[in-house]
Every structure is written in structure tokens, then in C-alpha cells.
Design a protein around this ligand. Sequence first.
Ligand SMILES: O=C(O)CCC(=O)C(=O)O
Ligand SMILES: [Fe+2]
Length: 380
Amino acid sequence: MTAGAALASDSEGVTILHENGEGKAANPGRSPMYSMQAFLEGKLKLEEFARSEEERPTVPHNVFDETLPIIDIGALKDGTPEERANNVAIMLEAAKSWGFFKITNHGVPLEVVKQVEVNGKEFFALPMERKLLVRAPDFVFGYTGGSPLTWKSKWWLEGLMIKVTDDALDELVAQVYPDEGEFAARFKKDLKSFFSPMHELSRFIVEELTQALGLERDSFTRLESPNSNCTGRMNHYPVCTDPDVVLGIPPHADTQMLGILYQDDVGGLQVLKDDEWVGIKPDDSTFVVNIGDTFQAVSNGILRSSPHRAVVNAKKDRYSTIYFYGIDNTITLTVPTELVTEDRPLKYRPFTVSEHRKYIVDNEAPLHSARHLLIDPQAT
Ligand SMILES: O=C(O)CCC(=O)C(=O)O
Ligand SMILES: [Fe+2]
């Protein structure tokens, strides 16, 4: 165990490594230490990030497969009936087979997401003690300098997860930038300009897919509430002198309904498709959309929440910016009866998003994270 640290349990019962109140964390004593933080502070060596032979990246960051379907959101909104039908069909098929697709003509100006990325770079460039002021106590919201140090898996990234409410954003910015200067104001304003259209876009895509499944458009979006963990996430993958043995973020699936991701031009996002790792090419005219575990489960497994990962490289830091769309955390979600047929019996049990999130954290973000929600976890 690392010097100056002790094991403790946080309020959700997740066992994580806590520092002994050192630093000026907002939550000293409750805040875990994270892998990249420990590396940057000289408390963890690069060798300790090394994956086993089977887990090492087989595809480098700059090798891509360009067959991921691209959906024209403009045509979905304003196209002819044929264009609409065509795009809906491609999107539904992609959501079933890949769990991923790209979207173009999505209406969110590139400058909006680029500005969030620029601000994120400034945040990640702050001295560690400043970032630790908003350290995530439970791996949900705040600065996560990697994976919790108690986890076997050491992630080569640092992330900032921001709850999408004005209050949460105000509080986070006030903690990191107490002087309330020009940068703090811009940081908040730019995030708000990003959150609002990304939220609308996520809702629109969820509703189109829901309707394509044969349900009322708002069957799931009406379950949004102040308890929905809609989250903005920024990831920073520092260059690594040994990119062939570490992973930025290991194979995992996302918790919520849907994610919309923008990656810079470096490359590194890879999706597991038909048991092969496939690199997704960066491209400023599109965003990458992926189905999360919640959508997979409430669609009775018709939509796919695909494992994905991020690999790193030795030349250039990489940044990604994501909007995760979630529905209420605490209500019990069940599969709509319309999606249960003789050919497709009920596969998923009732669950809550917060129960699922806790499972993921307690189990160190396992690869098949939605499996515990199956009625018969042995069935695949
Ligand atoms: O950075 C990326 O491309 C992927 C990040 C990711 O999968 C996540 O943050 O959940
Ligand atoms: Fe992810």
C-alpha cells in the first residue's frame, strides 16, 4: 500500500483508498487517491499501470476502421419521409449491432465543444492541489485522477465529471477558482453553452430510438428528473512512454442511457465489434454516440451497450469531451411490456440506475457490467 494512505469505506460502502487528510481537498478523509494522481505525485510507477498480456492494446491509437455508420441528424429532423425513414433504420441497426454510431449535421457548433476542451486543458494543467479541491469522493462527480488506487486496474487518464445542474457547476467552479475571475466565468458560461444543446440532442436521439423500438417517443425521456445523472465528462490522457502496455481507460460499458462524445484529432477510442477492437477515427464534422447499460437493459437487450476503451500514445496528450444522458437514478426501471414477446422473453430484472452505478464502482468497472441486471446472468 502507498505510504500516507489508508483503507476506508465511503458512505456508499465502496472501499477505496483515502489519503490521511493531507492536501486541501474539500472533503479530506473521504476522498480517494487515484492512479494518475499517484503517478504524477511520484507515488506509483509506470510499471504498475502495465496490463496483463491478454489485456494489452492490440490496435494502436492511429489505426481506424471507417465503417461505423453515420446518421444525418438534420435529415432526421427536417428531411423527406424517405430520408427520415432511411436514417432511422440505419441508426436503429447501428444501435443494435455496434452500440455506436456517428452523427453529422447535429446542430451543435464545433466552437462550443472546442471551447469546453480548451478550458478543460487549462483545468488539467492546474497544479494537483488545485484539482484535488474538487476531487470526486465516490468516483461519480468531480476530479478523478485515474482509477481509485485500490482497484487492480490502473487507468492512464485523469477526468473531470460535472453534474449537469447550474448549482453543481457553480459550486465546482467556486471551489477550483475561488477568486471568481474571468476564467471561472468563462468556464461556467462555456459549459452551460455546451450542456444545453447536448441535452436536447441526447433527448432527441433517445426519443427517435425509443419510437423506432415501437414505443411512445417519451417512454424513457419522461423519466428524467432532478435525480438524473446527466454528466459532462472531460478526459485527459497524458502521453505515455510505454503505450503498448497501458490503457487510458480499460474495456468498459457506460452506465447511463446514452453518451455523445467528441474526441480531439489524436485518436484512441476503440470499440469491441464482433470480438475485434476497432479504432474510431476522429473527425470534426461528427460526434460519436454510444448506447449505455441503462438503455440496453430497458430495451430488453435489443439495443447494445458495447464495451469500449481508450488507448494512449507516446507523442501527444489526448482529450475527449462527453455528454452522458441519464434518467432518474432512484426509480425502479422495468422493461416496457411491448418489448417482451414470445421470441424475446423478458431478459432484464427491475433495477435503479444508482444501484447499477454502485455495482460498477464496487466491482471495479467490469467488462460486462450489465450482466448482473439479467434475470438469468448465465445466459448471454
Ligand atoms: O476518451 C474516450 O475516447 C473514451 C472515454 C470513455 O469511454 C468514458 O469516459 O467513458
Ligand atoms: Fe465510456
